[in-house]
Design a protein around this ligand. Structure first.
Ligand SMILES: *Cc1c(COP(=O)(O)O)cnc(C)c1O
Length: 488
């Protein structure tokens, strides 16, 4: 099949197109074999077949107008009710309401937008609203602050990586409208002290959002299995909203998350309506207009298929695999798991090795782990695909540590090049560094003999004199990545 960067003059055959897509997919990370420790949550072929059938059945339908598709309205209200029951409605009087969204980011954007509009109505004297959150909170919250004109006030976490409630309390000002905690946080997988945050929120008249995007469909089932899960959901006094992604441990198709609120009065601030549009009265509960029916339908299908027993069964396997990995990592000389993760999300750190070098060795061995910083670590989200590969991963991890402990000539070379780059960078005026970073992003991003190795890039980033330079470097990369390429 021939391709170009513009629309083909004549179409191709179905067979040619599908074959081409399959061959392009060959270069993707191999999540089916459990090689990727992020991005994909797969509960096996049975669930996958159901998701595809449900998604396909509703792939053309549009959740924009619930009156046109009572089926989708029913799916969404059922899904919200099921998650609300799982994560909130503790007392008969609790009015837990919510909506489905396209993902955790949209749920968090809405939580912040709702808080801002609540404050505009209830505390109109506030001109520059602030939200106080632990540094470990997901970047979607920073994005929300950026989009909606709320100042994000970041507070360092405790030595155990959990939110420091005393420090967060001290960061509250007359402009504060919202506190945020995670259950668990993405970087180290620990649940913040939500009960204590709830007490502060109640005492100070603030909203409190719990980001349970990754944990909301795992923690309740882990608790049922006897794992010690701290209180984290809407049953905790003071928690006013909670986000939970169904396309993570809910094992739904991508594009499914839920935002829940304590009370319809609060959720009202999420809604939008334009009544004067010549196209008609346009009400909109969430951020998107057209909403894919498939994602809503598939979420409903998988929740009804697995039921509580199915989720508990999946959680049992994932939690056991996570525990085994934790023990294996802590038993590997030079490595340790950061903090004491409450679930199946964890980070590998080291006090004596360059953990990014370990990550590069794992990459060369065919594993995909995200790199983290402050402190440097490798990230793992354990799911069903990993249950069968824990032993081979731990073996490769031990081998990677061995390799890194005796650096070969090639790595020494890369490290030497980096040291020179660092010297140069420190000596240059900031304007030139900006230029250099854009060059570096091009050379380090593709080819240049460093493919598969990211440690040098992280080293370079760490050596840049200001955060602005880092932002520029990464935005340059983003620009490169979203330009058309024609190779393979
Ligand atoms: C994944 C995640 C998000 C963002 O969700 P998306 O679906 O990727 O938009 C937010 N918070 C936490 C803790 C997450 O793990």
């Amino acid at each position: 099949m021939s391709e170009s960067a513009h629309l083909p003059t004549h179409g191709n055959t179905k067979e040619a197109i599908l074959a081409r897509m399959a061959s392009l997919r060959d270069h993707d990370v191999n999540w089916r074999a459990g090689r990727a420790w992020s991005l994909v949550f797969d509960a096996g072929d049975e669930v996958s077949e159901l998701l595809q059938a449900a998604y396909t059945m509703f792939f053309a339908e549009n959740g924009l107008n619930p009156t046109a598709f009572p089926s989708l309205r029913r799916f969404e209200t059922d899904v919200v009710a099921m998650t609300g029951h799982l994560l909130g409605a503790a007392n008969a009087g609790d009015d837990i309401v919510g909506n489905m969204t396209s993902g955790g980011t949209e749920s968090l954007l809405l939580a912040v937008k709702t808080a801002r509009d609540w404050a505009r109505s209830r505390r109109p004297a506030i001109r520059t609203p602030e939200m106080v959150l632990p540094i470990t909170a997901h970047p979607a919250l920073a994005k929300a602050a950026h989009y909606f004109g709320v100042t994000a006030v970041y507070v360092p976490v405790r030595a155990d990586f959990r939110a420091d409630v005393a420090a967060m309390t001290a960061a509250i000002t007359p402009n504060t409208i919202l506190l945020v905690g995670s259950a668990p946080s993405y970087p180290q997988g620990v649940v913040d002290p939500i009960r204590e945050l709830g007490q502060v929120a109640l005492a100070r008249g603030l909203l409190l959002h719990v980001d349970a995007c990754v944990g909301g469909m795992m923690l309740p089932f882990a608790r049922r299995l006897g794992y010690a899960v701290p209180p984290f959901d809407l049953s905790v006094p003071g928690v006013t909203s909670l986000s939970v992604d169904l396309h993570k441990y809910g094992y739904a198709a991508k594009g499914a998350s839920v935002i829940l609120y304590r009370g319809a009065d609060l959720r009202r601030f999420q809604f939008f309506v334009q009544t004067a549009w010549p196209g008609g009265i346009y009400p909109s509960p969430t951020m998107t207009g057209t909403r894919p029916g498939g994602a809503i339908a598939a979420a409903w299908a998988v929740m009804n298929y697995l039921g509580e027993a199915g989720y508990v069964n999946l959680a049992a396997q994932v939690m056991a695999a996570a525990r085994k990995l934790k023990q294996g990592i802590n038993a590997t000389p030079g490595l340790h798991v950061l903090g004491s993760p409450d679930m199946s999300v964890l980070a590998i750190g080291s006090t004596r090795l360059d953990i990014y070098d370990v990550g590069d060795e794992l990459t060369l061995a065919g594993w995909h782990l995200d790199r983290q910083q402050s402190p440097p670590s490798l990230h793992m989200t354990v799911n069903m695909a990993h249950v069968a590969v824990t032993d081979s991963f731990l073996a490769d991890l031990a081998h990677a540590v061995q390799q890194v402990s005796q650096p070969d000539a090639r790595r020494r070379l890369a490290a030497g090049g980096l040291r020179v780059a660092q010297k140069i960078v420190h000596a240059l005026p900031p304007r030139l560094v900006t230029r250099l970073t854009s060059v570096a992003s091009r050379t380090l991003g593709q080819g240049s003999g460093l493919s598969g190795r990211t440690a040098p890039m992280y080293g370079l980033i760490g050596s840049l004199p200001s955060q602005d330079n880092v932002d520029d470097l990464v935005l340059d990369l983003l620009d490169q990545l979203t330009r058309p390429t024609l190779e393979s």
